[in-house]
Ligand binder design. Structure first.
Ligand code: B12
Ligand code: SF4
Ligand code: SF4
Length: 301
């Protein structure tokens, strides 16, 4: 007989999820401090359901080739977040119908009351690693064997005692440091950060969030030189960015074309860069292997 975890996986895949895993909530409770632990969000939490959707390779390749970033803005960020939220909502309903509590965490960003800068309510990357879907690349992004860094995640906390997935044995990161070489902000450090989740300790590069945010929100001309979508105004970055300064730079100082085109379903969000994802060697290799496998499996004409 199918158990609840298998039924939930089946549901997730039927809803279009590309990857599905379950983390033991204790693994994240032990690493984070209040209020970023799963138990701060759902006191009775036992399991974290993590789902990923693949970012179409074509949208990343078009951005890499300097053609367009509009497709990444939508199919790599805005629309993909909606789609992830829809899957999380359906899985939440499924768990509720089986008598369990469930709290879906939205796919997008952090919120204004979060005390620590650049901390979401729950770190999906850590949840995805604890759920065995991937491991941290040096860029801090989670790399999976299927897609390298080319996916976004969402999570549902639940008090259901689901079966946790085993950790991924091999790290797909090749330590090629293309992420560092291609970061226009110098945001990815050579200096290591360590995260212990359950029995395992993972190492990846320290990320300077302010530096990344500046590029990702289109405040510099360094992101995609020569591309038609490269911002044409370089704004001077203050030492420490306050909320008031963020408002001022985004709405008063940025390239006027960006300010005019910015709306929730378009350029809003951290999608003007993404070079650490786009140039990641593990992502390229995963794409080539996947396309070759898919062609081999095509029936002959
Ligand atoms: C806040 C946030 C950001 C911030 C901060 C990023 C960060 N590394 O923490 C900014 C705006 C910079 C950002 C950028 C991007 N993001 Co973002 N982001 C998030 C968000 C909302 C929360 C992440 C979080 O809680 N981080 C905080 C803690 C938990 O991270 P940490 O690794 O333990 O701590 C780091 C810092 O504390 C720092 N640090 C600590 N002490 C010190 C001291 C010093 C001196 C320094 C320098 C640093 C430092 O170094 C640690 C290691 O990196 C998540 C969604 C979510 N809810 O998880 C998406 C998420 C991580 N983002 C994502 C993506 C795709 C991106 C971008 C590619 C977007 C883009 N531009 O196109 C870039 C990639 C930048 C990068 N290499 O990490 C995806 C990642 C998917 C994947 N495959 O792994 C997520 C999971 C969203 C999703 N729904 O899938 N993001
Ligand atoms: S998104 Fe761009 S600026 Fe941010 S860390 Fe990646 S390469 Fe650097
Ligand atoms: S670019 Fe290279 S070093 Fe960086 S995360 Fe990808 S595989 Fe690892």
């Amino acid at each position: 007989m199918k158990d609840l975890t298998d039924s939930l996986r089946e549901q997730a895949l039927a809803l279009g999820a590309d990857l599905f895993g379950v983390a033991d909530a204790k693994d994240l409770d032990g690493y984070f401090t209040s209020p970023h632990r799963p138990k701060d969000l759902l006191p009775e939490v036992r399991s974290i359901v993590v789902v990923a959707l693949h970012i179409p390779d074509g949208v990343l390749e078009a951005q890499k080739n300097g053609i367009t970033n509009y497709s990444y803005n939508v199919y790599g960020y805005a629309y993909l977040n909606r789609e992830l939220d829809a899957v999380a909502y359906r899985l939440t309903m499924f768990l509720e119908k089986h008598g369990w509590q469930a709290l879906p965490i939205p796919a997008r960003g952090s919120h204004y009351w979060e005390p620590k800068k650049y901390y979401g309510p729950l770190s999906f990357r850590h949840a995805a690693v604890a759920a065995g879907l991937g491991q941290f690349g040096w860029s801090g992004l989670v790399l999976t064997p299927e897609f390298g860094p080319r996916q976004r995640f969402v999570a549902v906390l639940t008090d259901a005692p689901l079966k946790a997935s085993p950790p991924l044995a091999e790290n797909p990161c090749q330590k090629c440091y293309q992420c560092i070489k291609n970061c226009p902000a110098g945001a990815i450090r050579k200096e290591a950060w360590q995260a212990t989740l359950g029995e395992r300790t993972y190492t990846y590069g320290k990320i300077d969030g302010d530096r990344c945010w500046w590029v990702a929100r289109g405040l510099t001309t360094k992101a995609w030189p020569g591309a038609p979508f490269n911002p044409s105004v370089a704004v001077t970055k203050p030492g420490d960015i306050t909320a008031e300064e963020k408002f001022e730079v985004l709405w008063e100082k940025r390239d006027a074309r960006l300010r005019l085109s910015e709306h929730d379903e378009g350029t809003y969000g951290a999608t003007l860069c993404g070079r650490c994802m786009i140039f990641c060697q593990a992502g390229h290799d995963a794409m080539r292997a996947r396309l070759a496998r898919a062609k081999e499996n095509e029936p002959a004409d």
